[in-house]
Ligand binder design. Structure first.
Ligand SMILES: [Zn+2]
Length: 249
């Protein structure tokens, strides 16, 4: 099925494809999910943690939305998607083969994942999960996706990631708070990603991956990466309290 609308990448009115976030091949083919209005989840998330069933209809066939035309969809597929999928497979392997860890250190070989392309795919996820105002306000993010060779993304955009296999999916919508400024958080196992805009301080709970954009300029044959693993029961960005934390409050 296709729906007429404005493509979030080329900004033209076209027939839009159903876009999978993350890509279908990154374990998002059969995802069954409830779409709960954000306000409802904020008001009632303690009950949801306790097992309350959402009123919303169960959706199947993978998480996503109508946001890109076929050309832009194909462009992402050709340029960036494979690197996301390859890293997601590594992330799943790490989680499945390691027990009870809070943080883990591992190695990625240069030929396994192009980390610049991985970061561009993440950026496209944030673009697709926000309104068109988002790229009008932050046009460099759109340029970063559209132009595969553009890496001089201004320093005000900082990216972070963590591992995740427990809690709620987070949709990447932009939020603002007095401590961190503009924050978009997208979580879908095995990863969570944070885009932080115009914050001079580094967010310390999560691993910064902003420098992935310079992947082509460094000669490393492999990359050492340390990631924390966090549950995402709270609807508040960067709030990683566990189910037990909530039950004990
Ligand atoms: Zn398009």
């Amino acid at each position: 099925m296709k729906v007429k609308g404005i493509c979030k990448i080329c900004k033209q009115e076209k027939m839009l494809n159903y876009e999978h976030f993350p890509p279908r091949s990154a374990f998002n083919k059969e995802t069954r999910f409830f779409s709960i209005p954000q306000n409802d989840y904020f008001d009632n998330f303690l009950e949801y943690i306790d097992g309350k069933k959402p009123k919303a209809k169960l959706k199947q066939g993978g998480l996503g939305d109508y946001c890109l035309c076929e050309n832009c969809n194909n462009f992402l597929g050709l340029k960036y998607v494979n690197d996301y999928v390859n890293f997601a497979k590594i992330g799943y392997t790490i989680i499945n083969e390691s027990e009870n860890f809070k943080a883990i250190e591992f190695n990625i070989k240069r030929e396994e994942v192009n980390l610049k392309n991985f970061l561009k795919q993440i950026t496209s996820i944030f673009i697709c999960n926000n309104g068109s105002w988002f790229t009008e306000t932050y046009p460099e993010l759109l340029e970063f996706v559209v132009n595969e060779n553009y890496v001089e993304l201004p320093d005000k955009y900082r990216f972070y990631m963590y591992l995740n296999n427990e809690g709620q999916i987070k949709n990447g919508n932009w939020t603002f708070d007095n401590v961190n400024g503009g924050v978009c958080e997208f979580t879908f196992p095995p990863f969570g990603f944070v885009l932080n805009i115009e914050n001079e301080n580094q967010i310390l709970e999560v691993s910064e991956i902003t420098d992935f954009k310079y992947f082509d300029k460094v000669q490393n044959l492999d990359f050492n990466i340390i990631l924390n693993i966090y549950p995402t029961y709270s609807p508040i960005p960067l709030d990683f309290r566990s189910r037990e934390d909530f039950n004990n409050e």
